[in-house]
Structure formats: C-alpha cells, structure tokens
Design a protein. Structure first.
Lengths: 223, 223
DNA sequence: CGCGATTTTGACGGCACTCAAGCGCCGTGG
DNA sequence: CCACGGCGCTTGAGTGCCGTCAAAATCGCG
C-alpha cells in the first residue's frame, strides 16, 4: 500500500547520495505548500524533518488525499515524466526540506550512473505501489485498509530508524479517511475496534502497536 | 477514468509517428499473453486490431484487472521507467499488434525530439489517470462507476473513428467488475437498471448508448 | 480559560455483497 | 440435426458493512 506516484522512501545509502545534491534547505511552516498542481517541475524535495500530505481536488472542490510523506522521503518525483506537478503538497506541521534542483539532477545523472539507477529504482517502487492502492480501494474492507495503513506507516518509520510500534499520527481522521476511501467516523470506529481487540493502543494521534501479527492477519493476502 | 499506467490512447498524428517505427506485426490468439509480470521490457506494442486486458495477481492468486486496451492504443509504456513489466497482458480475442523494439525507440528518441515529446505526453496522460482511478475506486457508487466505464469506452472508440454510441464489449461482466471494484452480479444489475431508465440498450455484449447526457449526469462531478 | 476543531459513539438506512436458482448462448459430440 | 453441457448472464432474497445524521466529549490553539 501507499502513496500513489508521489512519495519515495529511500534506502539509507540512496539518501546519502541525494543529500549531497541538496542545494539548500528550506523551512516550511504548517499548512504551507511545497508546490501546486500544474506548476512546473523545478525541484525535488527531500524531507529533512516534518511531514506532508498531497492531494488533488475532486472536481466538486473538496480535497482527495493521495499520499502522506514522512521525513527522509523524496517528494515530487511523479513530475519527472511530465514536467508539471499533478497534485498539491502541503505541510502537516512545521517542516524542513532539502531542495534539489531539477537541472542539477539532469546534469549529475549523466555523470553518475549510480544516481540514475537510484532514481529509477525509486520510480519503479512508485509504479508498483499504484497497483496496491488500486487493490486496496477496489476490494478491501475498512478494517483491512486501516490495518494496512498502520503497517505501512510502521514500516516507513522503522526504515528511518524510529520505532516501528510507537509513533504519532500527524494527520486527522478525516485525512486518513480521504486517503483510504472511508468516512472519518468509520476510521474512528476502526481505531476503537482495534483497541478493543488489543491490537493497538490509541490515544488521539498517538499510536502504539501491541500486536503486529494480528494487524498482518487482518491485511491477510494483501500484505 | 481508465487504465492505470498501462494503456496509452494516441492522437492520430502520434499514431502515424509510431507506426513508422513498427518493426513487424504479430498475430496474437485469444487468451495468448503479450507479456508477463516481471519479464524484461523489450517492446512496446501498438494494437493494430483486437483488444487486451492487463491484470496482476492479488496475492491470493485471483486476477485483479487493471485495464483494457483497444485497437490503436499503445501497451507496455509503464515499463519504460522500470525496465520490467508490472502486469500481465492477455488478448481478449484474436488480435494483431505492431512490435516496436525498445532499443529502436531509444535510438530514435535521440534523433527525433518530436518523438520524445510524443512519448512524454503519453506517459503524462497515464499518470493523471491514476488519480481518476483512485477517486473512482475510493468514493464512487456502482452506478457512477459503470457510467464512467461506458463513457470512457465510448470516447476511446470515437477517437478511433468508430461509433461512440454503438459498440461491443469484449470482456465479461466479471472482468468489468474486477476492474471497477464490483461483483459481477452488481455489474449485471446496473446494466439492467440502465436499460430500464432507457439510458442504454444492452443485449449480452452489445451496447447502444441511447442517452449520453444521462450517463454524463450520473458521473456528475467526476467527469 | 474559552471556543472551535477534532474525535467518539449511537441509531438508522441503503447499497452492494453473498448465496442461490434459473435462463440463454454456443460449441461439442452423438 | 438435435441433445447435452458448460459458461456467462440475470434476477431474487437476505445480510452486513459502511455512510449519514446527530449529540456529546475531548483536545488544543489563541
């Protein structure tokens, strides 16, 4: 499961590669945009600290969340192919990013084949995730969706060296619901249900996974 | 709406560009595969006649349909970024394709900037469709999904110069359902419901759209 | 401290899924 | 040529999940 065509979690060594390219860091305040839909592709952003959400407007104007982005992940890669950003990205909290100029990348890709491979692997991972998201939204039940969401977050936190079982959500129930194709009341009910089955401890935004295996069972085949 | 990261409808002039590159045509019998998941990316396929479906195995082994491909559309483009195919593609009927070698494209892209733009535009369209598919599966009702499916087919047939209102489906109700995240019984019921409201005439696989506007209204905001 | 935003929980209803039966179409073989 | 069988399709009945509406509790920002 995971973000569609936007977030790109990086292996530690890939991260180092890219950090070297970072021209400068930039502070992004809560609710501030990294970029807007349709704006031209100038930079990739490597998240140094904080978190973001990306969304598109469903044609009635409300936002449809398409992904969440955590620290040490790469944002903006979907625009590589098209030259224009295809969604809005906004900070969920005060954050900090490295800006990596698109032109700079182009130049260096020719010099350093390693970097080419690194970016290709990143794009490849994104493509494969599209299919998982499709299956998620197409056929999974609310319980399965939320379990998958938690496992996904858990794995991404672990990848950065944080705890895989204790973390804080940075997004509202409504944002989670939008991402998973559920109403926020359903998300809330599922959290309560997970608590009653002792799979997790949840107090507002703080999550502690008590029974990782049970979550995995819920996701079942889709893992 | 439409296929995720796999099909690429082409404008007539783009089609001509690519037809020039076609090395040779190849006949594909019904149920025969064009390529398998994981196989290395060797060719793009321009469909000359016939139709295909692409699917991935949801981990329990059943196939999850991810797209349908009609004549004069380009198949296999999703693998450009990754070098490996990420789904299986199989013929729904006896078909014929042009094979366009990957190496050939690479060479010509350097010579003809026009072709580069053509492929980029194609990829761009695919990316944007991902979002529509996400919204479709995330929040639309069965009626809206099927209406959108029919309008999408209608538009693609029209693009090839065929009738936008009368066409034959090449896929089963079950395949449509898999694609739209519905059970085949629900698809069947919706077809019957559309018939009762005089929006379409439907007899087995043959479809005649009687009230295009009504279908558009059903899709509503999502159009 | 106070107010708006977020979250929880309950009651209720509708849409889509499940299970099941029956029909139509078509290819195969007697 | 017809009988048969299989597959796809339709339709019905019943159920369950999730969305809607509503109210109350809690959080957190100013």
């Amino acid at each position: 499961m995971q973000n569609i065509t936007e977030t790109t979690p990086l292996e530690p060594e890939e991260l180092q590669q890219l950090a070297g390219l970072a021209e400068r860091r930039r502070a992004i305040k809560r609710y501030q945009h990294l970029y807007h839909t349709g704006s031209s592709f100038q930079y990739l952003y490597l998240i140094r600290a904080g978190s973001f959400k990306s969304y598109t407007a469903d044609t009635s104007g409300r936002q449809q969340i398409t992904g969440f982005h955590l620290s040490s992940e790469l944002v903006g890669t979907a625009a590589i192919g098209t030259g224009r950003h295809i969604c809005d990205v906004v900070a969920l909290e005060d954050s900090s990013v490295y800006k990596i100029s698109c032109a700079e990348i182009e130049r260096l890709v020719h010099k350093i084949p390693m970097l080419q491979r690194c970016l290709q692997r990143a794009l490849s991972r994104e493509f494969e995730r599209n299919y998982k998201v499709m299956m998620l939204l197409g056929s999974m039940k609310a319980e399965e969706r939320l379990a998958m969401f938690l496992l996904d977050l858990s794995q991404r936190f672990a990848m950065q060296g944080y705890s895989a079982t204790e973390f804080d959500l940075r997004m509202t129930r409504e944002e989670i619901g939008s991402y998973l194709g559920l109403k926020f009341e359903t998300v809330s009910r599922m959290f309560s249900s997970f608590r009653e089955s002792r799979s997790i401890e949840v107090k507002n935004r703080s999550i502690e996974i008590k029974d990782l295996d049970r979550l995995r069972q819920m996701v079942g085949y889709f893992a």
